[in-house]
Ligand binder design. Structure first.
Ligand code: IVH
Length: 681
């Protein structure tokens, strides 16, 4: 693969992962299954391994969840909340063990004596409970791993979560676990919602997330949520020496701890346990999507620490996705925000692992071609826990088949020609802002939670207000109050809802620059890219001017744009194209006039940020990977070779040529003891 091709593919994967993250974490409405997500993430990691220069510090492959954005207060976790890496089979699990072994540098006997705890991986959302002086003070969602949403009042409605701890609990402790909805509670809730003409939830996980994020805790109370405790964060004094004992303690303190947990030592025992839990899966009263395996010894856990977003001491052994067979009735083409034509399959409703499925995605034209599916076919579909299901394959049948599906050459909504960009699989409507579908989808994106986050303006109201001609472009939203009488008179609205909406809109007239940029819905400008670009230009006016100048190839502004770390040529081109479209300019100028766009803050620095460190010689108290991990945690970059760019060389025993070279270059050298001191070990 050429570097140019790699860069393109990487940019595409990044954009995709950002969008999928957004749908999953912000909208509680995932658009792909876990397996598809994992495949894309793994591919991105492969490219990163081959081209380390793509590895910007904040890259999507290393992130947990998504930034907080809602009506809730923020809450910072004392210890970050991590995600887990996955394994799918025994060989991969053994690799996970081998990595632990390499990192800790264990003797063969110690390695064989390692113990693990296996517990079901609950498909809900993780929560951090802070107890101060044995009183529950904060319950927060994971958020981006560092800062979550403070949902304490809602947490208090969950009976299984104790509000006080007994005397033997530490003065301050963070207890973590999963909030989830049982399958039967989920079915009952959806029935009630349907009866009330409300849109039902796609699956129990989304129902749990949606219920916990209610701004009114009375609503949360009516929803039956459950909780299993399974991890620890900060603790002012130690609770136990092993994870197993920690769980036992939690149970004594009144938490529900999963009854299927097991303590195991041999890899084949772990495999057998995964198998067993897998077999019990369908009969369990709640959704699980794998088994989490954790190293039992907490001292070793501490030493192992984490890399990127996942601990080295735990992994999730994922189950294969759940499948079912059903009839494909019709294929419908949907037009997205960026004009992408996506085929959606309408299915005869079928139960897949406890959830009724009636639609599935077919991704694009080639996918239909490759799988050779036609309306009327019997198809095997797959749902991996929390997802929009997909069609795996056609099931062969002994009967006449229907007509082949003919993919449209034009946009089914506006009639504009559909085109496929070079190297891309999707066809896109070329109608831009003349296409109703694109206009509406962009508006929906504009008001969504990670974008402008306008509460009370959901998909349905956008459609409704668009049909009435009250909203045609984003700026119209900020003029809605002029149509108060008309809105109040609409069915289902009234004074209260209308005034709430106007208040929610007014609350967003002051908006951070990055959020504003993201809300515009420019292709390839996901949350993270918007943040990078906002940080570079600092304020809207500077950016706007620079984008105008960047339209000229070879201009300084164009070069500057391309040189922002993490922004490649493909992204730069999308930005420039966006700004050369007169309708887009009109749209943002109109918006600009009604908003106060606040400049981006400067980037925060860590203690060793920007410093390049080289380790050389044999370290006696740490293995090399462990030392490297510690340095990186403190913000340093660790390099293998000494050059004029090196800031510090840590010399172990028998340091050779590298130490000599450092001396020649006049680079500071310290020994292991001094390094430990500076690193605060
Ligand atoms: S341990 C550092 N244990 O899975 C380890 N997580 O993909 C943190 N999850 O964010 C989590 N069941 O939401 C752990 N028994 C379990 C779990 C579990 C479900 C979720 C949790 C976490 C995610 C990671």
């Amino acid at each position: 693969m050429t570097p140019e091709k790699a860069r393109e593919e990487y940019a595409r994967l990044e954009q995709q992962l950002e969008e999928w993250n957004h749908a999953y974490y912000q909208e509680d409405a995932p658009v792909v299954d876990d397996a598809t997500y994992d495949t894309a993430r793994r591919r991105a990691l492969e490219i990163e391994a081959a081209y380390p220069e793509f590895c910007k510090p904040d890259r999507v492959t290393q992130r947990v969840g998504a930034p907080v954005s809602s009506g809730f207060r923020k809450s910072e976790h004392r210890v970050p909340m991590l995600s887990l890496d996955n394994v799918f089979n025994l060989a991969e699990f053994e690799q996970f063990l081998e990595r632990i072994n390499r990192f800790l540098g264990l003797s063969e006997e110690d390695f064989r004596g390692l113990q693990f705890v296996a517990e079901p991986k609950i498909d809900g959302l993780s929560i951090n409970l802070t107890y101060v002086n044995r009183q529950l003070t904060i319950g927060a969602t994971r958020g981006d791993g560092t800062v979550g949403e403070n949902v304490t009042e809602n947490i208090r409605t969950i009976d299984q979560i104790p509000t006080t701890l007994p005397d033997d609990a530490p003065d301050e402790i963070e207890i973590r676990g999963e909030v989830f909805m049982r399958k039967d509670d989920f079915l009952a809730l959806n029935e009630a919602m349907q009866a009330a003409a409300q849109r039902p939830f796609a699956n129990p996980r989304n129902a749990a997330a949606g219920s916990l994020r209610q701004l009114d805790s009375k609503v949360t109370r009516e929803r039956s949520l459950s909780f299993f405790a399974y991890a620890q964060g900060f603790a002012s004094s130690p609770v136990a020496a092993t994870h197993w004992d920690y769980l036992e303690k939690l149970q004594k303190w009144g938490f529900d701890v999963n009854p299927l947990r097991m303590r195991l030592s041999h890899p084949s025992d772990v495999a057998a346990e995964v198998d067993q839990i897998g077999q019990a899966r369908a009969t369990l009263p709640y959704d699980i999507d794998g088994v989490v395996i954790k190293l039992d010894d907490l001292t070793l856990q501490n030493r192992l620490g984490f890399v990127g977003r996942a601990p080295r001491w735990a992994t999730a052994w994922k189950f294969p996705a759940e499948q079912a067979v059903t009839r494909l009735n019709t294929i419908e083409i949907q037009v997205g925000r960026t004009g992408a034509l996506t085929p959606t399959a309408h299915l005869a409703p079928v139960n897949v692992g406890g959830v009724i499925v009636s639609r599935a995605t077919l991704h694009n034209e080639q996918e239909i071609e490759r799988k050779d599916v036609r309306p009327g076919d019997l198809v095997r579909i797959e749902r991996a826990g929390d997802v929009i299901p997909k069609i795996v394959a056609r099931v062969e049948e002994d009967r006449a088949r229907g007509e082949k599906f003919v993919f449209p050459t034009h946009c089914p909504v506006c009639g504009a020609l559909a085109e496929r960009a070079e190297g891309e699989a999707v066809l896109r409507c070329t109608g831009g802002l003349t296409c109703r579908a694109q206009i509406i989808e962009r508006l929906i994106h504009f008001v969504s939670r990670t974008a402008m986050d306008i509460e009370g303006l959901g998909t349905r109201s956008i459609h409704e207000l668009f049909e009435l001609g009250l909203i045609e472009k984003p700026g119209d939203i900020f003029r809605l109050a002029q149509h108060r009488d008309q809105i109040v008179a609409l069915e289902g609205w009234g004074d209260l809802s209308a005034d709430n909406l106007f208040r929610a809109i007014d609350a967003r007239r002051v908006i951070p620059f990055a959020r504003f940029m993201y809300a515009l819905g420019i292709r390839r400008i996901g949350v993270r890219n918007a943040q990078l670009i906002a940080r570079h230009y600092r304020d809207y006016e500077t950016w706007r001017q620079a984008m105008k100048e960047a339209a000229i190839i070879g201009s300084d502004a164009r070069l500057a744009l391309g040189s922002i770390v993490g922004i490649g040529t493909a992204i730069a081109l999308e930005l420039v194209n966006f700004f050369t479209e007169p309708r887009n300019l009109e749209t943002i100028e109109d918006l600009r006039a009604q908003l106060d766009i606040t400049p981006a803050a400067e980037k925060q620095e860590g203690p060793f940020s920007g410093k390049t460190i080289v380790f050389t010689g044999t370290l006696t108290t740490l293995t090399r990977p462990e030392a490297k991990a510690i340095a990186e945690r403190l913000g340093a970059q660790v390099s293998d070779s000494v050059s004029s760019k090196t800031h510090l060389v840590v010399t172990g025993e028998k340091a050779g040529s590298k130490a000599k070279k450092a001396q020649e270059l006049g680079i500071e050298q310290i020994d292991e003891v001094e390094w430990r001191r500076r690193a605060g070990l």
